[in-house]
Structure formats: structure tokens, C-alpha cells
Design a protein around this ligand. Sequence first.
Ligand code: NAD
Length: 302
Amino acid sequence: MKPKILITGGLGFIFSHVTEYFVAKGWDVVVIDNESAGSHPEIIDGSFKYIKMSVCDRAVMDVIRSEAPQYVIHAAAISDVDYSIREPYKTLSENIDANLNLFEACRELESLKKFLYVSTDEIYGECEHPKNETEIIFPKNPYSASKAVGSLIRYAYDNTYSELHDKTAETRFCNVFGPRQDTRKVMALIKHSLTTGEPMPVHNEGKGYREYIYVKNIPAAVDLVLEKGVRPYNITTNDGFTVLQLIERVEKVTGKKVNTYNEKRRGMDMKYQMDGSRIHKDLDWKPIYSFDDGLKEYMLGA
Ligand SMILES: NC(=O)c1ccc[n+]([C@@H]2O[C@H](COP(=O)([O-])OP(=O)(O)OC[C@H]3O[C@@H](n4cnc5c(N)ncnc54)[C@H](O)[C@@H]3O)[C@@H](O)[C@H]2O)c1
């Protein structure tokens, strides 16, 4: 029998690629999404089962139980930091309700082999050194606080409920870029500025340091974690830059100029940096794309 995987947020920027990956692998794929910000309903083509609903709705628990998948990925979330700063109550309540619904549904799921919660490097807060998975999490804006709650629930459920013990995993991605990314994110803004010549905003003088990874590296990493992983994995290739350095790198790779103007952002951590050795050492992860190859494909592609 084909393995069955259920993906929440499977129409979004990153997980639309994961949905397509598991469809291509021949798995039975079920996607739950409410087609809110970041979604790409144009990928719906009958190759996977699509259920349009909000994961904040408690009825999602019955849906998951009746689908009885072996693998569950919870990626659906309000994922925009700026939006979360404007709408903290909505972001925190929706993301946390969704996390609880998913963990509760999976706790009672007899078919379950692995539940993967999708978290982020932002839960570490300001990083004065590359953070590893055992370090204290210290989220400093409403979005990352809502994601960190999911990471804490994962610890608590894996520890407390024997039915979930060793069946939970978690990915903590650095900044992902590539096709289908929301046009307000830095890489998409750079691409837009390259193509149109329009100036782009940079936050806090472009000094914010982030690590970047190409989206086409993500599906195979997620597959590996589902198959062999347990507990959290930082997902980074340590390609870290300030925004100004990133723009310089893009200008070098493409031979084109990017114009910028400055914008202030509240609640912004200046540096996220992770130690990615656990997934490399324990699971022998080998990314498919180097940073520069991903950058060229994305920036110079159609
Ligand atoms: N983009 C990044 O660089 C990055 C880095 C680290 C972690 N993450 C995490 O990865 C996941 C995906 O990020 P993304 O950038 O692809 O996000 P995205 O905003 O592009 O996609 C989110 C998807 O979730 C859906 N969704 C949102 N709320 C929902 C709800 N209540 N019910 C059902 N569906 C809902 C949206 O419709 C959308 O399809 C998120 O959990 C995010 O926190 C992203």
C-alpha cells in the first residue's frame, strides 16, 4: 500500500514544493489549507486530495482521524512577521490554536508513524553564536513566539504521551527562498527590483543577518526527517549574509544593479544563525543545490 501523508499549509510557498515532491514519489497526499496569504491554489490539479478548511477549526481533528495518514506535516501558519507585529492577537491565537489541534489529533492517531512540526530559526531570538537544537529558545516577535509555542508543545507531547514518544520531529528552517515566495520577502523583492529597476526597501539599514537556503533543498530534507528523524533539526547550509551583503552577492551573480531605500522595523532580531551539524551528522543530509546555484536559478529564471 502507498504511504499516506497529510500536509497542512500544503499550498503555501515552501510546502507546495513538498506536496508536489510526495505526489511525484507516488505517495497518497492529502492537503489541508484555507487559501489564505501565501497560498498557491493553482497547483491543485487532482493529483492530491485537497480539503479547504482552517486548521484553527477544531473539526480538523476529526478530518485527520478519518483520513488516518501515516505521516502528518503541520506547516500551515500565519507566517508574515510584519503582519504579526500589526496583528499580534490574531497571529498568536490562530497559530497556537492550529498547533494544539494538530498535536491533539496526532496524539490519538493509531495510523501515525511520524508527526513533523515545522518551526523556524526565529524561535532562538537574537543569535550571538550559531544556535544548536538544545539551546534555550527566546522568541522576540509575535510570529516567532507563536512558532515557539508549537516547539514547546512538541517537547511536552513527545515527553508526556507514550503514543507520541519518538514519533515527533521538527524542522527549524533558516530563511527559505525560491519560486512562489511571497513578493514582500527579501529575496522576492530583490528579484523584483532586478527585473523592473524599481527600488526596494531594506530594514534597519540592511544590517539584519540571516542564513538562506534554496526551496528546492527542502522537500528531500523533510522526507529524510520523516523517515529517520526524531525531535528538532536545524535546516541550514550556513550561507549567512546581511541584507547588504546578499544584495552585493546577487549583483555579482547577475551582473545587474539593485536600488534600495531604508525602512525601520520594530521587534527585529539582527542575527539568526544556526548550527546545522545534527542533520548532517545523524541523518547524513546532503543538500542538492549550493546557495549560488539556487540563487542563479531563482534570480535568472523566468
Ligand atoms: N519562509 C521561510 O523562510 C520559513 C522559514 C522557517 C520556517 N517557516 C515555516 O514554514 C511554514 C511555511 O512557510 P511559508 O513561507 O511557505 O508560508 P506561506 O505563508 O507561503 O504558506 C502558508 C500556507 O498555510 C496556509 N494557512 C495559513 N493559515 C492557515 C489556516 N488557519 N488553516 C489552513 N491553512 C492555513 C496558507 O493558506 C498558505 O498556503 C510555516 O509554518 C513557517 O512558519 C518558513
